[in-house]
Design a protein around this ligand. Sequence first.
Ligand code: ZN
Length: 385
Amino acid sequence: MAWESIIGQKHLQQMLQQSILSKRLPQALLLSGSQGRGAVALAVEYAKTLNCLSAVTTNDSIASCNACQSCLQARTLQHPNITIVTALPPGRIEQMSDYKDDVIEEIKDQLAEISKDPYTPFRIGSANVIRIWQIRELNKSLSLSTLQQGRRIVIIIDAELMNTEATNAFLKTLEEPHDGVTIILTSWRPERLLPTIVSRCQELIIPPIADDEIVGELLRRGESTESEARIIAACCDGDMTVALEFIHEDVQEIRNDVITMFRSILRGRDFRLGIAESASLVAEHRDKARALTYLRFMQVWLRDARMLHITQSTMGVSNQDALDTLSKFAVAFGNANVDSALLSIDKASYDILQNVSINLTFTSLLMDLRTILAKGAASNRPSAA
Ligand SMILES: [Zn+2]
């Protein structure tokens, strides 16, 4: 890990380096954006650079040497100055050592994965909450001095996962700044943080990673073909972690299914049968993540069709390898209210996350889409259907 292995986000990298060079280090920093946009990668590299024993400096840049004792410790997230706080599994736990050995192993394994690749999906079993005992442990450790020179960095991953008790305890931590300590919160839903917490942090917003950079990274990793990488980049919302999850899906197959779905919507008399078949096709996997992937692909397909219809140009179209089919759809749905269709798909995503049945969600969505899209097709019966 080094600055150059962070995907995109050059502007943020410069800002973070500038804060080190100008010695204006924040007491608390909020990196608003998902792990997959680089929140954890940026936090770890910042911590590593601040602690490097022979950092390489120019007028406007500073980079860790990646080789000194401190860098080696930081790279494996085993640096005494770097503390990671993250959601952990539930249980009657009052300190880390209360966990059973296998849970502790799992936590260590996950941290090791993150240290190797900060874009790897971060998941520890059923972990979904940061609890007060973790903040108490943090406060205790901050009250003790470390022997190692450098700056102490606390990285709270997905800080919005602190429960109320933890949040209140953490607020006290923020109110009593410690010398030589920077607390970095990462949050992909900063609106869920207490305003009193946000106001005590210097906030940096992490924008989506550009599509081309996602494609480049997927190709560099040898994870997919260029056409697959393009589809993935279009659907991952600038989030490398989401992109990495997509590579395990058969994106071509899902895309073909999505095209079949749109066709089924526009069938004549037996459209109900087509919609029922499409809904059960998605539901049979009983996989929420896969269902959400379908929904994302549907949105990208509709956006592409609209763009093609309006601009009559294939530039900026994600589904470059399916232009023939896409242009038929562009003609078919050209005058439909695509925004309204996209909103219906958003609502379906929300329902899936709320555990509404996949079959029910897709059946109702496809019926809605039929109504919406058929209006745009009324004057122009689609040859794609
Ligand atoms: Zn170093």
